[in-house]
Design a protein around this ligand. Sequence first.
Ligand code: ATP
Length: 513
Amino acid sequence: MAKQEDQFKKVLSHAKEYGYVFQSSEIYDGLSAVYDYAQNGVELKKNIRDYWWKAMVQMHENIVGIDASILMHPTTWKASGHVDAFNDPLIDNKDSKKRYRADVLIEDYCAKIEGKIDKEVAKAAKRFGEAFNKEEFLATNGRVLGYQEKINTILARMGKSLENEDLEDVKLLIEELQIADPLTGSRNWTEVKQFNLMFGTQIGASADSSTQVYLRPETAQGIFVNFLNVQKTGRMKIPFGIAQTGKAFRNEIVARQFIFRMREFEQMEMQFFVKPGTQKKWYENWKETRLKWHLSLGMGAENYRFHDHDKLAHYADAAADIEFKFPFGFKELEGIHSRTDFDLKAHEEYSGKKLQYFDHEENKSYVPYVVETSIGLDRMFLAVFSNSLQEEALENGTTRTVLKLPAVLAPFKAAVLPLVKKDGLPEVARKIMNDLKWDFNVFYDEKDAVGKRYRRQDAAGTPFCITVDHDTLEDDSVTIRHRDTMEQKRVKISELKEMIKQEVEVKNWLQKM
Ligand code: ATP
C-alpha cells in the first residue's frame, strides 16, 4: 500500500513539475477536485482526444460527431431521470466529520479481499514455478474460491439494496462488515443519505423571471435530443452512432484522487443507435472494440479488465466497465452501457415530439435502442501518465526518470538540440526545427550540457532527441536518440521526417487494433 501511495505522490509532483497538470486557482490555495491542464498537459489531452475521435468517428462511415451545449433545457434532466435519480449514497463519520460514498467504502472493502486473492496467486506462482496455471488455480483453490464468494455476496447485496433504495440495509452492511473510516479507524457512522450530484444555476437577470438550469452531468443527453436532427440531415441509416467530446460537471461527494474524480471533467461519448433486439450483439461488439482501442496503445494487457455491473443504472439492461490498474488499484476507466430505448422514449414523453426512426427494410417506425461507450478523458490522461512514469536503474549505477508516453500521444515528438551554442550549430538546429514543425510538434533546447537536456526530455516524455554537432556541418547528419532505449543513431537530416513519422503516426498505432 505504501508503495502505491509513493507512486501516486510521484505522479502528482511530476505532473506539476513538468507542466502537465496544475491545481486550479492555486494562488488562492486551489479549488477542491478542480484542475487545470498546463502547457504539456493540454497537448497530451488533445492527442488523446484526437486518437479517440479518429478511431471512433473518422474511421467509421456510420458514426458522426456533434458539439452540443453544456446548458440544456431543464426538462432534459427531468426526462433523463437525473433530477430524481442522479444520486450517490453518502455517509458521514460522526467522529472525523469526513464524508464518504457508502458504495465506495463497500467496494474498497472488497478490493482488500481481492488483494488477498492476489497474494495467494503470487505465493502459488512462486511455489509452482513454470508449471503454474493461474486460471486453474483461481477456479480450484479453496481459499481463493471462498474469498471470491464473499466478494460476490457483498456486491450482490449492495447492488440490490441500492436498486431498491434500501439505504438502511447499506448502512447495516457497512456495520456488519465492520468498515471503519479509512483515515481514522472510527466506526461511528451516520445514516446513509442520497445526494444529487448536479450543479444548478440560473438563467436570466431577475430572481422571479429566472429559470433553474443545470450544468450537464453527462454529454449523452446532448446527443439524444439531437438524435432526429442528425439522423435526418445526415441521412443516417440504423445502425449508426453520434459521438461528442466535452465538459461535464458533477458535485462529487468524495474527490480526493487527483484528476481521477473531478467536479469538472471531460467525457468522450458515443451513442450507437440500433434496431431493438440487436442491442446485445452490439453491446458485445463495442466492448471488444473499445478494449482493442486501449490495447493499441501498448500499455500492457494485464492492466485492463472488464467488470460487469451488479447494480444497473435506471436506464440500462447491461453494463460493464473497462477497469485500468491505476496507482491506487483497478478502477473504472470507461463504461459500456446498453441503455435500451429509455432515453429516447423519455424525451418523446416529455417533449411530446416523436423521436422515431423509419426502417425501410422493416417498413415500420420504432424507437431505436442505444449502446453507449463513455470514457473520461481526464481518467484516460491519468491512466496514460501514471503508467508511463518510470524510474529506471542504469548500468552506471544512477537512475533516470522517464515518461514513456506512447509516442503517438506525446506532447512533443522530438527535441532539437545543438551540441553547443556557437560555431553555427544553433542555426542548423533551427533550420531542422523549422522544417519538422510543419509535421510534428517539436521542441528546441540549447541550454545546459547535452546529457542534462536528454534527461529533461526523458522526464517530459519526448520520444526523440536530435543532436546537431560539428560533424553535421560536414556530412548533413545528426544523432537521433530514442527515449525508451537511449540508443543513438547517426542519420541523414533528410531521413528524419520519415523516421519520426513511422513512430508517431496515428495510422501505425490504430492499425494495431
Ligand atoms: P464512478 O462510478 O467512478 O463515479 P460513473 O460510473 O458514475 O463513475 P459514468 O457516469 O459511467 O461514470 O461516466 C462515464 C465515464 O466518465 C467514467 O467511466 C469516467 O471515466 C468518467 N467520469 C465519471 N465521473 C468522473 C469524474 N468525477 N471525474 C473524472 N471522470 C469521470
